[in-house]
Design a protein around this ligand. Structure first.
Ligand code: AMP
Length: 130
């Protein structure tokens, strides 16, 4: 069965899209730790990030860099932190999270709630900074 992220890639489930090319997709995390919390995935369905082949994994980091620089411009923050967990969704993904201090990237923190309009506006502003 397809992962939820493959369903997003195929357009079967909606997402707040930030960027896309032939191999990768970036979209907002729906349970964000911060405004602008973004996920970058390879379109190819691979569970564990360290099972992604070298070329695709290298490209994923370059794609993430471009997205992170756009997040930085769109959302006030000191840096964009990067994390890989993969405990919930078995489809490799990188979390890009705007941070100001160490505590901002603690996945035990309560997740933020935004309206669909707010998510859409955040995605629009980040995309505009790509
Ligand atoms: P993890 O696999 O532990 O890295 O966590 C998966 C992340 O995917 C969580 O932060 C979820 O909020 C996020 N997530 C799950 N389903 C969706 C979805 N349909 N759209 C956006 N983000 C999602």
């Amino acid at each position: 069965m397809s992962t939820i992220f493959t369903k997003i890639v195929k357009g079967e489930i909606p997402c707040y899209k930030i960027a896309e090319d032939d191999n990768y997709l970036a979209f907002l995390d729906i349970n964000p730790l911060a405004q602008g919390h973004t996920l970058v995935i390879p379109k190819k369905e691979v569970d564990y990030i360290f099972d992604v082949d070298d070329q695709l994994l290298g490209g994923m980091m370059i794609f993430s860099k471009r997205v992170a620089l756009a997040i930085e411009k769109a959302v006030p923050c000191k840096r964009v932190g990067i994390a890989v967990l993969g405990l919930e969704v078995p489809h490799a993904h990188i979390h890009l999270i705007p941070i100001n201090n160490l505590g901002d990237i603690n996945f035990s923190n309560p997740k933020l709630k935004f309206s669909s309009q707010e998510f859409a506006e955040t995605a629009r502003i980040i995309s505009a900074n790509l």
